[in-house]
Design a protein around this ligand. Structure first.
Ligand code: BTN
Length: 282
């Protein structure tokens, strides 16, 4: 196995970043999230480690989906984070806590905002308007996914020990397998430009450093506000979701301070959606 993915960020950039401090890369692995989980669990890596792969044999998406991970065209990256980086005073309690306390859900929204900023700049003003964020963190272009984010955490004794933030970006694909043809799109398909994966990744890590630093600096409300402005799903969108209590249908009503999506059902009740997938309610 080669330990080189072909788009490692410029090493000189590392010293400028607060949240990415070390890079480990492979030619191919099963899933960078799997590797990160395992290596962090056994203490081989800690916060600040960025795992990259040229391809994945078992790339995973949210809610049990696969993530198409062919070589040469995509970015497959996972960053290890610690709640302590956001709340230096101590460990994070999973349950409870005031709205202003660090919320793990903020990480994934901050990542979505970072990706949105970068892709908007890359695709330019003509195509930017078709970019969208679907809660919690799909980055869509004309309703098709150009980037997916999968944040997973390890919980020990009721506290989050670490978070692995997996990001997959479709950069240079010219086509996708039939099963996902109508749901996936790449930067190249959007603009016709062949982007450098190293350049896209470096921009992404820069932007991620900025939005994560906002969280760490007590500016989560700004991040959530930016997410809401970038997303057509944030307000007034008819969606449905399947939660523990069954099917919920309603109209979206912004994010709550913890990053949950507020959904107003026809009886006027406002529900906070914390996980799972939302779909358009036709
Ligand atoms: C989704 O949209 O469902 C999330 C997709 C996340 C894909 C990335 S690629 C790098 C990292 N490794 C994985 O196995 N998944 C994430």
């Amino acid at each position: 196995m080669k330990d080189y993915c072909g788009y490692e960020p410029d090493i000189s950039a590392l010293s400028a970043w607060r949240f990415t401090r070390r890079v480990i890369s492979w030619d191919v692995v099963d899933s960078t999230n799997n590797r990160a989980m395992e290596m962090a669990r056994y203490g081989e890596i800690g916060p600040g480690a960025l795992l990259l792969s040229g391809a994945q044999t078992a790339g995973r998406g949210r809610t049990g989906h696969d993530w198409f991970s062919e070589p040469e065209t995509g970015i497959y990256a996972t960053l290890v984070l610690s709640p302590a980086e956001f709340r230096p005073t101590g460990a994070l309690m999973i349950q409870g806590g005031a709205g202003q306390e660090f919320q793990p859900g903020w990480i994934t929204l901050a990542a979505g905002v970072a990706v949105h900023r970068v892709l908007a700049a890359l695709v330019g003003p003509d195509a930017e308007g078709a970019l969208d964020l679907k809660w919690p963190n799909d980055v869509l272009w004309e309703g098709r996914k150009v980037c997916g984010i999968l944040a997973e955490s390890e919980v020990r004794e009721g506290e989050i020990a670490f978070v692995v933030l997996g990001i997959g970006v479709n950069v240079g694909q010219t086509r996708f397998p039939d099963e996902i043809l109508d749901r996936a799109v790449s930067l190249r398909m959007i603009t016709g430009i062949g982007y450098s994966r190293r350049d896209v990744l470096t921009r992404l890590l820069n932007a991620l450093d900025q939005t994560l630093s906002m969280l760490a600096g007590g500016r989560a409300r700004e991040v959530l506000g930016e997410w809401e402005r970038a997303s057509s799903y944030a307000r007034g969108r008819r969606v449905e979701t399947r939660g523990p209590g069954g099917l919920l249908r309603g109209v979206t009503d912004g994010l709550d301070p913890g990053g949950a999506l507020r959904l107003r059902t026809p009886d006027g009740t406002v529900h906070a959606i914390h996980g799972g997938e939302i779909f358009d309610w036709e």
